[in-house]
Design a protein around this ligand. Structure first.
Ligand SMILES: Nc1nc2c(ncn2[C@@H]2O[C@H](COP(=O)(O)OP(=O)(O)OP(=O)(O)O)[C@@H](O)[C@H]2O)c(=O)[nH]1
Ligand SMILES: [Mg+2]
Ligand SMILES: [Zn+2]
Length: 364
């Protein structure tokens, strides 16, 4: 894991990709090659989006990491139906050399195999993809701050919704706060891996490392100050990413990380660091909700009505389980709240499509 060269912070991050085979380090394999093949017409070559920040993207190619530009345009081959979604870190693309300037153009994107996306904070009907083509996502929460109810559950739903394995990580375990650990565990179905780590005393990192899918990418999401970049540094064994202090009063972070960034650990295994996210709004539900609430779904089989909403219906096995102390009421309530959230969005989306169909201006 420690075979990447030593780098300083910031600009020198490109050195991370000064490797004998940068594409392989980014996870390029036969499967990716096959997916990109139809896009690789004359003069195009494979690349992976390795960094996106305000004002720029970087691509990893067979030659290392270079600045690039997204040129998908109207006619470009876009992944499935999300024609309004720009490039995301982790996307595999067909690139071209921009001959007039020393940069690369990303001209077509391979279909996203998986993704971690949330509701775009400024355009609620759209998805903002935080990480593309990742096998796992670390939902990172620091024990030194209050846990917004539903935060972990939301991360787990978003992971399942994008076809990604969720792993819950509590940081700052050196602070010894068992109640804070319990608050996180209360939001987790039993089948999800959980690790508590500390960069101070190193605990938990062997377990975490063992959970990372080999030869694949694992993204990190969480609030600012959660300790995401610190985890990346410990796992790679050097200070490759800048980490920041948190406010003494409320442990809030200062948004130290400003880019979404891929970091190679060797052998095609990568981490994908992201800036702190305050909101984790759901976008839609195509099964992610049930996958994140297997405890509720199991119980629901015994509800009297097949379409039971587990709210006020007679013969509801979910509510019965809560009354019997077999299911936490907070779990039931979270399930109902998250379901209401995606249903409301689905209605807005339908309304929008209907208005467009009738030739009216869509409400935003
Ligand atoms: N005590 C303790 N402090 C930690 C631990 N991990 C991280 N920190 C501290 O928490 C602060 C935030 O860490 P970062 O790694 O920058 O957090 P981040 O999630 O990357 O934050 P953003 O980039 O702003 O989203 C830093 O001061 C770290 O030193 C830990 O295990 N124990
Ligand atoms: Mg960071
Ligand atoms: Zn029910």
């Amino acid at each position: 894991m420690n075979d990447a060269p030593r780098v300083e912070h910031g600009e020198a991050m490109t050195d991370l990709w000064d490797l004998p085979d940068p594409l392989a380090a980014a996870g390029y394999d036969e499967r990716v090659a096959a997916e990109l093949a139809p896009l690789l017409t004359e003069g195009r070559f494979p690349a992976r989006v390795a960094r996106i920040e305000y004002g720029g993207i970087h691509l990893v190619t067979a030659e290392g990491r270079r600045p690039g530009v997204g040129r998908l345009g109207r006619t470009a081959e876009l992944p499935d139906d999300r024609a309004d979604t720009p490039l995301a870190v982790g996307d595999w693309v067909a690139a071209e050399r921009d001959k007039s300037r020393d940069r690369l153009l990303a001209v077509a994107v391979a279909p996203r195999r998986t993704r971690v996306g949330r509701r775009d904070p400024s355009r609620e009907l759209l998805e903002q993809v935080l990480a593309s083509n990742v096998a796992a996502v670390l939902a990172v929460h620091a024990l030194d701050r209050p846990l917004n109810p539903g935060r972990i559950e939301r991360a787990i739903v978003l992971a399942h919704e994008g076809g990604v394995q969720p792993i819950v990580v509590a940081t700052k375990a050196d602070l010894d706060l068992p109640d804070a650990v319990r608050a996180i565990r209360d939001e987790m179905p039993p089948d999800i891996p959980f690790v508590a780590v500390s960069k101070r005393d190193g605990r938990g990192f062997d377990d975490l490392e063992a959970l990372l899918p080999r030869g694949a990418t694992t993204a990190l999401i969480g609030e600012s100050g959660a300790g995401k970049s610190s985890i990346v540094n410990v796992l790679i064994g050097r200070e490759v990413l800048a980490t920041g202090s948190v406010r003494a009063t409320d442990a809030k972070g200062r948004h130290t990380t400003t880019a979404r960034e891929l970091v190679p650990l060797g052998g095609g295994t990568c981490l994908l660091d992201t800036p702190g996210t305050r909101e984790l709004g759901l976008v839609r539900d195509t099964g992610g909700l049930d996958a994140a609430f297997p405890d509720v779904v199991d119980l629901a089989h015994a509800c009297r009505f097949a379409d039971c909403r587990h709210d006020r219906e007679a013969g509801c096995a979910v509510r019965a389980a809560v009354e019997a102390g077999e299911l936490a009421e907070a779990r039931r309530r979270s399930f109902l709240e998250l379901r209401a959230e995606v249903e409301e969005l689905a209605e807005k989306r339908e309304d929008r499509e209907r208005r467009i169909g009738e030739g009216k201006r869509p409400r935003r």
